[in-house]
Write a protein that binds this ligand. Sequence first.
Ligand SMILES: N[C@@H](CCC(=O)N[C@@H](CS)C(=O)NCC(=O)O)C(=O)O
Length: 134
Amino acid sequence: MKLYHHPLSGHAHRAHLFLSLLGVPYELVEVDMAAGAHKAPDFLKLNPFGQVPVLDDNGTVITDSSAILVYLARKYGRTDWLPEEAVAAARIQKWLSVASGEIAYGPCAARLVTVFGADFRTDEVIARRTAFSR
Ligand SMILES: N[C@@H](CCC(=O)N[C@@H](CS)C(=O)NCC(=O)O)C(=O)O
């Protein structure tokens, strides 16, 4: 199982952390994002969105950090991480959605401004972060 990642990617970190918590064998493949490797034709065949993380499980390709978490939990039968019961499953899904929504577009976006000089409106992303932390 290969995880295409970048060490500074928070989304990739989620998948990497879960793989290590599961204690299953995996190989990390670093994508040279600074050189644009995530937009190169070979990588776009894996993920047309040109984003990390991507999991390649012996030819089964899963993109998107939340999808990777769900795939791994189901594959290894880890109902302690992803329960079957309706209310518990809904609560897990809620936090996966919050991670991809409020957190990604608030605190994560603010980090991109600070760390990478991303061209976002800082007042907007900081306001989202503030709303989230209340
Ligand atoms: N919804 C995706 C978002 C992944 C994402 O935004 N990855 C960033 C790195 S943290 C990326 O690859 N950005 C490059 C781009 O969007 O061009 C997920 O949860 O995996």
